[in-house]
Design a protein around this ligand. Sequence first.
Ligand code: AMP
Length: 488
Amino acid sequence: MTTSFSNLNLAEPLARAVAEMGYETMTPIQEQAIPVVLQGKDVMGAAQTGTGKTAAFALPLLQRMMKHENASTSPARHPVRALVLLPTRELAVQVAEQVELYAKHTNLRSTVVFGGMDMKPQTLELKKGVEVLVATPGRLLDHIEAKNTVLNQVEYVVLDEADRMLDIGFLPDLQRILSYLPKQRITLLFSATFSPEIKRLASSYLQDPVTIEVARSNATASTVEQHFYAVSADDKRRALHQILKTRGMKQAFVFVNSKLGCARLARSLEREGLKTTALHGDKSQDERLKALEAFKKGDVDLLVCTDVAARGLDIKDVPAVFNFDVPFNAEDYVHRIGRTGRAGALGLAVSFASSSDQRLVADIEKLIKTKIELEPMEFDEDQPRIKEQGRINDGRRMYREGGAEDAQPGVEAPRERTERRERREHAPHQQRQAAARDPFFDKPYESSLPVEAQPAWEAAAKSGASRSSVSANIKPKKKVAALFKTTA
Ligand code: AMP
């Protein structure tokens, strides 16, 4: 069953925005979630990014908010009515961009706040009044403490990528934020997995939620062609050059396992004539946003990145993802290759495995429940062997040193409205074709975690792990159970 957006009877400004995006039929998460949210019910959705999840919550929330729409310039007439919380600055920016596109023909206002940058521009936006506030939890608390925003008129809350927020340790911040909100509200929780801790979070904060499950947690999209090549560490760059050339690839993400390896590989590829930029956690938020923008605009061909970029970034039409290093965690493989083949488009995922990666490849095989054939890499005669430079001759050490990437949550650089407008003009949304139907969307969801597993956030809470810089302006959190109805 594919349902057209026209069946939804969306308000004309929203329907027009959807039509301009080029969407014709709804994705499964949209088909299931939009009617439920329109009815005012809480939702617990198992869905990954790339499934059309943002529109699944943003469109019905905007529709329900249309009754408050007004053209007044008074901030008091534009209180925050919907709060969308996300774990990272990149995801917050991405969701805010989509919300702005859907709301562009309405008088509903939206903005985004995230950490790692000056609060002033965000404060100015907040003080003008916004109906939809997209935020990372830490920075939102800073604004609450500074009394830059009040949340007492919030009617809708979206906890997006909830599993990731818990992984990062945001639970205390989330609880604190939720304690500021009216009890009467609609809460939507989206998560890639329904782990025990997510179920507990839902039972504390959601009221009789409708469960929507559309994507299997560890599935890879059927539209992604996957290859694993047996390549020695020394030959990986040569292999990358050859595949790019023979496939006529314009752009690709290249994943490595460490920040240091990321920076070095980007420099080497740049020297070898490829327009390359690096995206990793040691870059400032400004550099990271610039790197993403340069890639989105097509100013660079290769985005060499660590797993900080792996989850949730929706860069349209990335034709290929290379795993220059096989990821340490099999789940990162699924997230990495999820950058390509999005929303039904075709994609290519190539992994370079050296002999010492056997165990990691076996872990991926187990997770995606697919036999992986390690293919030999045959080099063309005209593909010269790339000489290793100076100290970089043990490829494995080169790309693995520096430790695991540390994704910094909640910090993001500012985006002024003008910048967003420019980006909108660059955005190819207007020409977007309706995505082909992808069976990935229809597979039943399966949690990969044992139900009895010890919830990580409970352990964190017991050990007292919490946000260190909570201002005295914040009143102690009331007991959650006393605030919200718990469901059995
Ligand atoms: P999301 O899962 O929200 O990150 O969305 C993934 C991508 O799918 C985004 O580029 C959306 O603009 C696009 N998208 C969302 N809904 C649809 C739809 N119904 N038809 C085609 N593309 C869509």
